[in-house]
Write a protein that binds this ligand. Sequence first.
Ligand code: FES
Length: 159
Amino acid sequence: MTTKPKEKPSRFDPEPVPRRDFLGLAALGSMALALLVSAFGMLRLPKAAVSASPSKKFEVDIPDALPAGEAFVPPGRNVAVFRDTEGVYAISTVCTHLGCIVKALPNGFECPCHGSGFAADGAVTKGPAPKPLPWLKVTARGNAVVIDEETTVASGTKV
Ligand code: FES
């Protein structure tokens, strides 16, 4: 019986990697891959969808043909502007119940959400709204007026 002589390993043969080392390297590689993928995912996150809100103080050109006591709602604003013989005034159209936008009617306002009713001066005529619609600060500027949505004034204040 002859046995083959053991071949002497070449110095270019790779050394066998011990099992424990292999598992450690595999775990390290997995963690590195997960980190890379999550970093790529964070880069792809959508940008914040916050847009700059328009200024709460804005100028309004009231139409010349606006009949006395009829509401003019500037586009994109939650304000009803009125003009009568005593002056110009603005009433917020944000319902004092839960913040829906009320609809201006010929003789007041109506909230489409829960049915609150408001008189032409903003006073509550029908609940559940707890408070009247606030009057907003109006400042005359030439033929236009500047309305400040953040500043309320006493009901009946006209300029
Ligand atoms: S939000 Fe207007 S009645 Fe509820």
